[in-house]
Design a protein around this ligand. Structure first.
Ligand code: FES
Length: 78
């Protein structure tokens, strides 16, 4: 087991669902499973995080990614 993984939080609240978080979630899932990121990140679903205006909301390394998409997430993951 890997000793340390960074967390990615993705909101599954109703506004983020409307904004397409489910699709984004499965894209992130594939990404963290990919060879490049394997064992480095752990994806966690959350309830509403109170950033509904920025839906879909994702938090990586203590930073909110507003209106997240796969590109902005990849940039944060490095
Ligand atoms: S529904 Fe996602 S932040 Fe509120």
């Amino acid at each position: 087991m890997s000793p340390y993984r960074k967390f990615i939080f993705i909101c599954n609240g109703s506004d983020c669902k409307k904004a397409g978080c489910k699709k984004l979630q499965s894209e992130i899932k594939d990404l963290v499973k990919s060879h490049e990121y394997q064992g480095k990140y752990k994806l966690i679903k959350t309830k509403c995080m109170d950033f509904c205006k920025s839906a879909p909301s994702v938090i990586i390394q203590n930073e909110l990614i507003k209106k997240a998409d796969l590109d902005s997430i990849k940039k944060k993951m490095g």
